[in-house]
Design a protein around this ligand. Sequence first.
Ligand code: DGJ
Length: 739
Amino acid sequence: MPIIYNEQEKTITLHTQNTSYQMKVGPCDLLLHTYYGPRAQGDMSWCLSFRDRGFSGNPYDAKLLRGISADTLPMEYPCEGSGDFRAPAFSVRRANGAVGCDLRYVSHEIKPGKYALDGLPTVYADGEEAETLEVTLADEAAGVRVLLQYGVFPALDVITRAARIENCGEGSVLLQAAASASLDFVSGDWDVMHFYGRHAGERAVGRAPIEQRELLIGSRRGTSSHQQSPFVILADRETTELHGRCVGMSLLYSGSFSCNASRDQFGTTRAVMGIQSEHFDYPLEPGEVFQAPELALVYSGEGLARLSQRFHRMVSQHVCRGPWKNRRRPVLLNNWEATGMDFTGERILNIAKTAAELGVEMLVLDDGWFGARNDDNAGLGDWTVNTEKLGCTMGELADKIRGMGMKFGLWIEPEMVNEDSDRYREHPDWALCIPGKAPVMGRNQLVLDFSRPEVVDAIFEQIAQVLDECRADYVKMDMNRSITDVYSAVWPDQSQGKILYQYVLGVYRFMEMLLERYPNLLLEGCSGGGGRFDAGMLYYCPQIWCSDNTDAIDRVRIQYGTSFGFPLRTMGAHVSAVPNGDTRRKTPFHTRAVVAMAGTFGYELDLNLISDEEKKQVPAQIEAFKKYWNLLHNGLFYRLTDVMQNRQEAAWMMVEEDGSEALVNIVVLDSTGNNPNRFVRCMGLTPGASYKDEESGMVYDANALMAQGLPMPMVQYPRWPVKVTPNEYDAFQIHLVRI
Ligand code: DGJ
């Protein structure tokens, strides 16, 4: 029984295999949070401290019991107006303009299976893999009822949360905040780990102590963003990869979000996470509801590696869907970095021919194939094939590529429109734009109003005609600007605060329609690289282009940060040309392949233009990817070095769940003359076992590899008499097999 209600104690406890989570209906029917941690039994309300504290008010019905205060107790879903002055999860403005309500427990229900959310992505379960708890809180006088939704996945060690708000009164109310969840921890010195960055530099790892001030992480860009990821970890100050407690929070939502982390005056740490409340004035008429997106929670008492592994399993098996979920993805070649928009059908076929000969399995035609799209100032919105540029129809091009033995994929950017397009000339009101204000431009394009179903449908129909014609095996769905000028021509003025949320629902509906019409389609997400890399998108796209930056050394860091919340199999990663377009750095061809294999693996260059020596490497790289694919995508993942701190080498490894084999990957980041000896400490091997390095035949003791470390391989360079320490940017893959 994963969910247990104890009527006497008035506790509701959620158990997964290794963790427990508890809430309690406290005095005055306040819903209190008593525990989230390693699996534990009994009533945890001994953690509650009912002390009369100055300036911490009391519910009216507490009468003289001044120790009861929403300002000092750990609250399950804190609301503004209850006397809790910490960050609220919920805030509502009543019809008379007053802000505030006081949510109290009303009832709860335990249901078999996992709840689903209309139009929103969720962690899903088959039958008995999960159980649902629904707790109703209400403030009848304010006219609001809140349904707290919990999904418990015992085998995954995952608990999901969401909230559904209903106007149960007679007047309209305005939601000002409706977070997915709030977590209060009564003890501990916590850090918040967040994943920040910029275009072409996503998901660097930040770690900051949570103190008595609010620390805000989030995005106001209408998308989950390059700048902050909607994946956050609370970690005990001492927590490392293999030790200590940590709690991960992954929001399944691809729009603006926020996470507010703070410590209160008495030492309780609170993290509130959900949809961003700025630009969110969400009116609800009587009977209307608002559904907050889902937040997935994982607790680990054994450090960050275990936390990531639990999220990896959740995302791989219970977020990603469709036929590609567990299949090896085709090794693809995308023409973007090879040609930009400056291509002809002949050039594409020329690239495809060599790629096919070297073993590439799919050709993806990127931006520039439609309308008047010869640079990025025109054409978006006109999804008609530029047959003049291609010299044939899209169907003919795809057939020729299939004739070479490859699959065929296409790039689209459905949410956007250029002013210089027939679409815009015909429907200028389809673009988000504030009347009387010149819009902010981004890549010289405007954002289509995807909160309007008719806009989504029209774009879908036009794109579908092309996909029907070429029978695309794969689509890369891009999105290349942040959202501004949030005003929709069709929504009433008082409902404009709904648009960003409704926009995200429109994007989800677009992708759902794609998957329904093309059930075998492999959909890759993209937003200028990894600007919308979140668990919500992964419900539709089992892979997302991780970054526009394909420099192997920068990618090591970007993929390192991404790995905390997302498995390697979701990270779009390709071998590209050198010097790299972003960094001008030159890295060895082999290194670029090792780094791309820590992702979906593919190529992003014209293979006609590489040296003969490199051409010989391509089939070997593809063979290695096929050989290691299962380990790379299904093995337990360990970060062996902290790439944010260690500037010498980056190392990561995957270990088969039963410990029978492992693949250690090392990239040398820096080298100096007369180098000190270097070792990489392995993780996750079977203690006491011996492992053989498949290539060198060397046998190692697992305990020694995990304590002392694997020595950095020496390298034999051409025309050099002895083996020497590796050069900067060299890379190694060491396949260890248990004997
Ligand atoms: C941004 C993407 O991340 C690139 O890979 C490429 O598809 C361009 N957009 C095309 O405009």
